[in-house]
Structures are given as structure tokens and as C-alpha cells.
Design a protein around this ligand. Structure first.
Ligand code: DC
Length: 223
């Protein structure tokens, strides 16, 4: 049987990581792991249970028996389908604070590694730096803050929601600052990664570039 590889795609919010990672997974036949969805599901649960991001002890306790399932494009938390509930503006706002907690990161790192037996494409913030430093292909996918805010606006509008570009740009910049300066697993390019700036690239160009690199590396690994 051929050996499957690990492809990590890290980068700031709105760089197109999840769309790209899904398409790369499809093209390469590797499983896809959306780690942002895991952080969102944890934030959803802790917020619902009234546990503050500052309360490390309660967080540890709550996560001991927390059941999370992410398969078939659905996310479930303690058996409840939260696929839609984790994509609200409210979760957007609160998730960074929970994701900065060591208790949360520790619990999710183990879960993420356990998914990698048959290789995978995983997107997030610390896939290449912390969770899968041994990955055969590490991508840092970025785009200018203005372009990312513009894409986020277009997404919201496509869903029929209102979107204020200036407000979204402010949020994008603020979330970058928070994710890049947090103490644990700050967002930064991993050692040995390929940095892809997608500001002037189409989504298809980005996917093709990563998928062909992945196929090449996988072929080399199996030679
Ligand atoms: O990519 P996203 O917007 O769904 O991520 C949600 C939040 O989770 C965001 O604040 C960054 C955080 N996150 C993280 O800290 N580490 C990851 N591997 C993935 C996401």
C-alpha cells in the first residue's frame, strides 16, 4: 500500500484556507481536516455552558468528556449537529479567546494527530508549526488584509447578509494581531514551509499549485 502524506495549510483568517484545503483533498484523495471548525465547536460548547475563556480549570473539566465528531462535512458536539451554529458572527467574535487557552490547544492537538493515520490535508494556524511539524508539505497561505476583508464581505453578501467592508477589515486586522501575538502556538510560517500569497491568484491557481506539489512529493515518498 502506498504511503499517504500530510499536507498542512496555515495562514490568517480569510486567506481561503478551508476552501483551498477541501479542494486539494479532493484532488489528491487525502482526507480533509478543518481544525478551525474544532476550535469553533469548543468555543460554542464552552460559551453555551457559561465557561469564560479565563477559567482554565473549568475548561479542562468541561473538555474531559467533550465528544466532538467531524466527518462527512458535518461537525457535532456532544452529539448535537453544530455545523451551522459554529459559523455565526458571535462565534467569530469569541473563538480567538478560547483558542488562546493551553487547555483547549492541548486537547485538540491530540485529537488532530489521531486523524492522520491515512495522511490528510489539515488547515489551521499551527498545523505546520506545532501539530504536524513532520508534515511532508507545509503551506503558509496568505493574502493582503484588504483582499481578505473583500472576500469575507462577498461571502456574507452571497449568503444574503449585510456586510460593512470597513468594519470587516477592522475585524480581520484585529484577529490577525490576536492570533499572531498570542503566547501559545502563534500564527507564523513553519520551518520549511512554502509561502503562497494569493492576493492576485485565483482560487483554482492556488489549489492547482498545492495539489501538484502534494502529488509530486507523494510520488517521491513512494519511490
Ligand atoms: O479558521 P477559522 O476562522 O475557522 O478559525 C477559528 C479560530 O480558531 C481562529 O480564531 C483561529 C483559531 N484556530 C487556531 O488557533 N488554530 C487552528 N489550528 C485553527 C484555528
Amino acid at each position: 500500500m502506498s504511503k499517504r502524506i500530510i499536507v498542512t495549510i496555515d495562514g490568517p483568517a480569510g486567506a481561503g484556507k478551508s476552501t483551498t484545503a477541501k479542494a486539494v483533498a479532493e484532488k489528491t484523495g487525502l482526507p480533509y481536516l478543518d481544525t478551525g471548525a474544532l476550535y469553533r465547536a469548543v468555543a460554542w460548547k464552552l460559551d453555551r455552558d457559561g465557561i469564560a475563556p479565563e477559567d482554565g480549570e473549568k475548561i479542562s473539566e468541561a473538555l474531559k468528556n467533550f465528544k466532538i465528531d467531524i466527518s462527512g462535512g458535518k461537525v457535532s458536539a456532544d452529539g448535537e449537529d453544530v455545523t451551522e451554529a459554529i459559523r455565526t458572527a458571535h462565534i467569530d467574535e469569541i473563538v480567538s479567546a478560547y483558542a488562546a487557552r493551553p487547555e483547549v490547544r492541548g486537547a485538540l492537538a491530540g485529537f488532530q494527530r489521531a486523524q492522520a493515520a491515512d495522511g490528510l490535508v489539515a488547515d489551521g494556524r499551527d498545523m505546520g508549526t506545532v501539530v504536524f511539524p513532520e508534515a511532508q508539505l507545509k503551506i503558509f497561505l496568505t493574502a493582503s488584509a484588504e483582499e481578505r476583508a473583500r472576500r469575507r464581505c462577498a461571502e456574507r453578501e452571497a449568503k444574503g447578509e449585510s456586510a460593512d467592508y470597513e468594519e470587516i477589515l477592522k475585524q480581520v486586522i484585529e484577529r490577525d494581531r490576536f492570533d499572531m501575538t498570542r503566547e501559545i502556538a502563534p500564527l507564523r510560517p513553519a520551518q520549511g514551509c512554502v509561502i503562497l500569497d494569493s492576493t492576485t491568484m485565483s482560487a483554482a491557481e492556488v489549489v492547482d499549485a498545492i495539489a501538484s506539489l502534494a502529488k509530486e512529493i507523494e510520488a517521491q515518498e513512494n519511490r
